[in-house]
Design a protein around this ligand. Structure first.
Ligand code: BES
Ligand code: MN
Ligand code: ZN
Length: 495
């Protein structure tokens, strides 16, 4: 895919499809007006077809007068100053309208589109991200790969009204394309079944990411090394599995060594049966997505190696299966974490926090500027926030605000949840320093409270993405969230 930004003349553009925008109340963008003034046909056609310029409305015209493009797609944006989300969803609608066309080259005239609080770079970033994500298909496990998708453009030009905008557009396109690549990797890893995507598979994937990359190094810790480090909590989860656990460490160095890194920690449960506290059978297949947090960390690393921003980022992925067997951890078992704190495992299905707590202690060695863990941690978070927002917890307001802002900016939103002391006592245990479950109430909060006991030494945030990392139902699949949120946050840190 080739991305270009330049000043475009709608009347002479020769692409397979020229996309121009229009607004409600007979308001036209400059490019649409230019077509109208040359051919005098656009307004009449819109009127005839009942096109009103409503947000997300599309009208596809073939070889219209006034342009040399093969097609013109008129894209409605609604109000003259659309909201960011209206713009994002309209972009999706434009791609949908072109789905069954053989268009290879697209020109999207953004002219001087004005969206409050967003700059040219952001506008272009969204275009490349939407287009890139639109190309994702999970075909790995289908014996018939099917026909090539009818809509597979190879060239995208974003048209600016003036030269001064083109370099920001170009930067945004590059960023959006890299984010799409990362997000699609996250989706692919999530969609892969548990029998293929094992902890060892993730380790291989990490090595692949680092191959030939000067700025990315990969290190894999095996169970023996984890045992030496005292990671008794993590290893209590893999105890029931034939697949060995892996602690995957990727270090991206884009800035001076003296700059403290952001550490991303991912929950990588490649399949969560619940262990001895076995889950009910219905819908259990979806627990292949229980490595969604880890997958998003991979997606970020992929994006970073593409973009090479000026920042240091470390990824720590705690990868394990959660299986029942003769060797599995049992309810009531007490384990010792790397931090030295002991844990009574009252429910083996609360395994995410067990692998994360040791990974979070391990993160201390990087002297992090901030640690952000990402985990499909609790069903309770889905009850609280549904699939629209990820649950955000943090021990620093500044970090929480930066992540919330990155969520708003990307449209991949999070909502802050409390970490008040009052919740902590739900984790009391009669026999160990803490229990791994906190009872029926506020399950997402008590899970975060558990993690907070391992993150006292640095600024930390936790994203519970159980509701946002994948979709159930007929459109079942990984969403790639929260890669857009994390990447917007990381790029802000780099600038
Ligand atoms: N992976 C699950 C959380 C989850 C559940 C994610 C449903 C997405 C959809 C996690 O390991 C888990 O099982 N959590 C338990 C915790 C409970 C035992 C305290 C839960 O949420 O029920
Ligand atoms: Mn579980
Ligand atoms: Zn789980």
């Amino acid at each position: 895919m080739q991305y270009t930004a330049k000043v475009v003349n709608a009347n002479t553009d020769r692409s397979d499809c020229l996309i121009v925008t229009a607004f409600e109340g007979d308001q036209w963008s400059a490019s649409a007006s230019a077509l109208e003034s040359k051919g005098g046909q656009l307004a009449a056609l819109c009127k005839r077809e009942g096109f009103k310029g409503k947000q997300g409305e599309t009208l596809l015209l073939h070889t219209p007068e006034g342009t040399q493009a093969k097609r013109v797609l008129v894209l409605g944006l609604g109000k003259l100053q659309p909201s960011p989300s209206a713009y994002q969803s309209a972009l999706g609608k434009a791609l949908e309208a072109l789905k069954n066309t053989p268009c290879k080259s697209l020109t999207l005239c953004l002219d001087e589109l004005n969206i409050e609080g967003r700059d040219a770079r952001w506008l272009a970033r969204q275009v490349a991200l939407t287009l890139g994500m639109g190309q994702y298909r999970f075909t790995r496990c289908k014996s018939q790969k099917g026909d090539a998708p009818p809509f597979a453009p190879t060239k995208l030009t974003v048209g600016a009204a003036k030269k001064s905008l083109t370099s920001d557009f170009q930067t945004g396109l590059r960023e959006g394309a890299a984010m799409a690549k990362g997000t699609n990797l996250t989706r692919e890893l999530g969609d892969l079944p548990g029998n293929i995507c094992t902890p060892s598979y993730l380790a291989t994937e990490a090595r692949r990411l680092g191959r030939g990359q000067k700025k990315l190094s990969t290190k894999i810790l095996d169970e023996k090394q984890m045992k030496e480090l005292g990671m008794g909590a993590l290893l209590s989860v893999s105890a029931g599995s034939d697949q060995p656990a892996k602690l995957i460490v990727m270090e991206y160095r884009g800035a001076a060594k003296s700059q403290k890194p952001v550490v991303l920690v991912g929950k990588g449960i490649t399949f969560d049966t619940g262990g001895i506290s076995l889950k009910p059978g219905a819908g259990m297949d979806e627990m292949k997505y229980d490595m969604g947090g880890a997958a998003s960390v991979f997606g970020c690393m992929q994006t970073l190696v593409e973009l090479e921003p000026n920042i240091n980022v470390v990824a720590v992925v705690a990868a394990s299966e959660n299986m029942p067997s003769g060797g599995a951890t049992k309810p009531g078992d007490i384990v010792t974490s790397m931090s030295g704190q002991t844990i009574e495992v009252l429910n083996t299905d609360a395994e995410g926090r067990l692998v994360l707590c040791d990974a979070l202690t391990y993160a201390e060695r990087f002297k992090p500027k901030a640690v952000v863990d990402v985990a499909t941690l609790t069903g309770a978070c889905i009850m609280a926030l549904g699939s629209h927002a990820s649950g955000l917890y943090s021990n620093r307001d500044e970090l929480a605000e930066a992540l919330l802002a990155a969520g708003e900016e990307s449209g991949d939103r999070a909502w802050r949840m409390p970490l008040w002391d009052e919740y902590q006592k739900q984790l009391d245990s009669n026999f160990a320093d803490m229990a791994n479950i906190g009872g029926r109430e506020a399950g997402s909060v008590t899970a975060a409270c558990f993690l907070s006991r391992y993150t006292q030494k640095y600024p930390w945030a936790h994203l519970d993405v159980a509701g946002t990392a994948w979709r159930s139902g007929s459109a079942k699949g990984a969403t790639g969230r929260p890669v857009p949120l994390l990447m917007h946050y990381l790029l802000k840190q780099a600038s």
